[in-house]
Design a protein around this ligand. Structure first.
Ligand SMILES: Nc1ncnc2c1ncn2[C@@H]1O[C@H](COP(=O)(O)OP(=O)(O)OP(=O)(O)O)[C@@H](O)[C@H]1O
Ligand SMILES: [Mg+2]
Length: 506
């Protein structure tokens, strides 16, 4: 055992059971001073649950937590914060209708002579953000900023409180590369100043880039603790999934000439003022068209036009050569288009409905409310997709909010696959999804393409876009700036196009 002085936090024999799930089975976890420690495991392995036990969100059934040599019993996140344990969750819990400054100081408003001291709240917020090199107007409403900025603000809020332990549960899933770099340099700085950091992410590259040690969980059990430097990637993955996963390395795309297939959808100079500049695009049957570009480059806006979330004010859309106008998503759904959106909290799941209800939602909508799907049929469909996508849940009737983040993402995907679409648009479909599930989901999508479905695939991970796509459209500043296929499909080439000065790109 390590000398005790090195250890800031020790969780021993932690056990917690939910109805039908033994979420943590006698798990030990040790965090040292000045280290960045990752917790890894597949979706539903128990990572967030372990954090929630530590921060007093969940009450453990058994086990002990020792911080700085003293046993603690946090009963709420507030209490945990009092001890110096601060967290930023997978789902950001900040208030859109408060200002940035208020969000940073919620629950610990500064008062001066009994009055809220707005001036010091404002300067305190500015100071907290400056430490992270973030420049935003702290008097503006939080809701006016992007998810990425909100995330940084949540981190600033956490770091600003007298932290001993900072917990980041998937903080980077909606950040683009420069923002990730900014965040990482801040985390390293904080570590070097003496903070201990728990960092949870499904991005292997980020884990290896940032973390010192990793604790691996599988099915609620501790598999082990390792120094990352000594642990090859494939070994880490096989510890996470419990089998040898060399097959993960190659995802084989079938190499048929999809260009020869009929065109399913074609955009001619389609665009909308202030949303996305007019673009041309055609997608053949059975083809996967990828979208690459940074966050905010217009990837999602193109998808919104193809799905009728935004109505185009320029150009035309042809569906199997027939002119179509999509004024609302229903019009697109009726044309057999499905859209699996990026932000599962905002656009996707209805948290109090069951897994089954969430899965059949789109199909039910398509059929019309008067043609109610019989329960037996619903149950069959839900069971089929829970199996197909490997959704970890004790049953189809569990409220979807009880599922782990990654499994919630799979439920949205199932919802759209059930409608049997001719064109499926996936916007960041694998965000928050573990490596093994990622491969399975993409394999499933590829199989559907082989059966004739067309796919639009949007992801921040360029390498993933390349691996899965037949052609890639590159976006920048709300404009389609290039289209790449065949041997030109290389990460470096695409990055160069994205990074090139406006005007000089192909
Ligand atoms: N409040 C709850 N009620 C019932 N079951 C829950 C609850 N919270 C978590 N679970 C279950 O506990 C298990 C572990 O979930 P947890 O959220 O810790 O997974 P995770 O490792 O964070 O996964 P992900 O990578 O998808 O975020 C899952 O099976 C989940 O369904
Ligand atoms: Mg989680």
């Amino acid at each position: 055992m390590e000398p005790n002085t090195d250890v800031i936090l020790r969780m021993s024999d932690i056990d917690i059971e939910f109805p039908g799930v033994h979420a943590l089975d006698s798990v030990d976890f040790t965090l040292r001073r000045n280290e960045i420690h990752s917790i890894m495991g597949e979706n539903g392995a128990g990572k967030s649950t372990l954090i929630k036990v530590l921060t007093g969100v969940y009450k453990k059934d058994r086990g002990s937590i020792t911080l700085d040599g003293v046993e603690i019993h946090p009963q709420s996140p507030l209490e945990a914060r009092y001890y110096g344990v601060n967290s930023v969750y997978q789902e950001i819990n900040l208030c859109d209708n408060l200002s940035v400054a208020e969000n940073i100081f919620i629950g610990r408003q500064k008062t001066r002579f009994g009055k809220i001291d707005w001036k010091s709240i404002r300067s305190g917020a500015e100071e907290a953000l400056r430490k992270l090199n973030i420049t935003v107007d702290v008097t503006r409403l939080l809701g006016s900023y992007s998810v990425a900025v909100k995330q940084m603000i949540a981190i600033a809020r956490a770091v600003d409180m007298n932290s001993k332990v900072l917990i980041l549960d998937e903080p980077t899933s909606s950040l683009d590369r420069p923002e990730v770099e900014q965040l990482f340099s801040t985390i390293r700085k904080l570590r070097d100043e003496g903070l201990s950091v728990i960092f949870i992410s499904h991005f292997l590259d980020q884990i290896y880039e940032l973390c010192d040690r990793v604790t691996v969980l599988r099915n609620g059990r501790l598999i082990g603790e390792y120094v990352l430097h000594d642990l090859p990637r494939l070994e880490l993955i096989s510890k996470m999934v419990g089998k040898d996963f060399s097959s993960l390395k190659n995802q084989n795309k079938s190499v048929r000439d999809k260009e020869r297939n009929e065109v399913f959808i074609e955009a001619k100079h389609l665009g909308k003022k202030h949303v996305v500049e007019p673009f041309d695009l055609s997608i053949h049957k059975g083809e996967t068209l990828g979208f690459a570009g940074l966050l905010g480059s217009g990837r999602t806006e193109v998808a919104n036009l193809l799905f009728g979330i935004e109505e185009a004010d320029n150009g035309e859309l042809l569906l199997q050569s027939h002119r179509k106008t999509f004024k609302k998503p229903r019009d697109a759904i009726n044309s057999l288009i499905a859209f699996c959106p990026e932000d599962r909290k905002k656009n996707g799941l209805i948290h109090d409905l069951s897994v089954r209800e969430n899965i059949i939602l789109a199909m039910q909508a398509k059929q019309g409310i008067f043609k109610y799907l019989p329960l037996k049929k619903q149950t069959e469909i839900a069971a089929e997709y829970i199996k197909k996508l490997g959704i970890v849940t004790p049953g189809a009737d569990i409220p979807v909010k009880n599922l782990s983040g990654g499994n919630q993402q799979k439920v949205i995907l199932a919802r759209w696959l059930v409608t049997n679409p001719s064109l499926l648009i996936l916007d960041e479909p694998t965000r928050g999804i573990d490596v093994a599930a990622k491969a399975e989901i993409m394999n499933l999508a590829m199989r559907l393409c082989d059966e004739g479905m067309s796919l639009v695939f949007i992801s921040s991970e360029i390498e993933e876009v390349i691996r899965c796509s037949d052609r890639v459209a590159v976006m920048r500043d709300r404009k389609k700036i290039a289209e790449i296929a065949g041997t030109d499909l290389e990460e470096e080439k695409i990055m160069k196009i994205i990074a090139a000065d406006s005007g000089s790109a192909a």
